[in-house]
Design a binder for this molecule. Structure first.
Ligand SMILES: Nc1ncnc2c1ncn2[C@@H]1O[C@H](COP(=O)(O)OP(=O)(O)OP(=O)(O)O)[C@@H](O)[C@H]1O
Length: 234
């Protein structure tokens, strides 16, 4: 994290993002509008105090294995997502699924177009095995753009040397739990994990960049203008 000064006030930066006004506040986090100083791309950055995260054991709610999340609009054929309307976060919509044995999950067919998050994967088979998503490059994927489509690439670790992403890149995972529905809340994100149609397996995947700096976590989100219609970008 770096800071710069302007004539009137100090502008805070997180990597290549300049933090601007506060968009909103939730139970655990404050969300600020931010702008990529190189491209002008608007994003939202959710800021959480580590203390709060620890106090409310939010981290413990994160499954030890990676999870897969998808946004509204990403509905690969045959997959029915259940939206959780109790949460306003654009990341809160829904969910994943998949097998206990995290065999490599890939996809060659599914090309979601409207994902703000990257690497969506859909599997319609009864088995998870050696499926790859080498072709999958969602055209509107914010994070995949930022990460250069490299799952191991953290946006912030790239731009903030020395700062390690704590939970960035929640990647592909499989849980073979037919008919089990599980709800988790992690860092303000409601996550519903559902297994649909018995042995049929569907997978969604995304990269979530969460950077730990000082006593705070910074969570990069696509800026959802519909949430804050009145925000002024300036
Ligand atoms: N990606 C985003 N783009 C624009 N505004 C956002 C975004 N994410 C959150 N906000 C705004 O910030 C507010 C706080 O979001 P946050 O996710 O921290 O809490 P919440 O989900 O609204 O509430 P809680 O955490 O109590 O369930 C939201 O109500 C919304 O107005």
């Amino acid at each position: 994290m770096e800071s710069g000064t302007s004539k009137s006030k100090v502008k805070r930066h997180v990597g290549k993002y300049e933090l601007r006004r506060t968009i909103g506040e939730g139970t655990f986090a404050k969300v600020r509008f931010a702008m990529n100083i190189e491209t002008g791309e608007p994003v939202a950055i959710k800021i959480l105090d580590k203390e709060k995260v620890l106090k409310h054991k939010l981290v413990e709610q994160l499954p030890h294995t990676p999870i897969n999340i998808s946004l509204a609009g990403d509905k690969p054929q045959g997959v029915h997502n259940v939206q959780d309307k109790s949460c306003h976060s654009p990341l809160s919509k829904k969910v994943s699924l998949l097998g206990d044995e995290p065999s490599e999950v890939h996809n060659g067919q599914d090309k979601p177009r409207h994902s703000c998050l990257s690497k969506n994967v859909s599997l319609a088979g009864d088995e998870l095995a050696g499926v790859h998503n080498a072709q999958d490059k969602p055209s509107h994927s914010l994070l995949s753009k930022l990460a250069g489509y490299k799952p191991s690439h953290s946006l912030f670790s790239e731009t903030v040397p020395g700062d390690k992403p704590s939970h960035s890149l929640l990647t592909m995972q499989a849980h073979l739990r037919p008919f089990i529905t599980c709800r988790q809340k992690f860092l303000g994100i409601d996550i519903t994990i559902r297994a649909l149609f018995g042995m049929k397996i569907y997978a969604f995947c995304c990269c979530i960049d969460i950077q730990s700096i000082g006593n705070q976590y910074f969570h990069l989100l696509p800026f959802a203008q519909y949430v804050t219609q009145s925000i002024r970008v300036a």
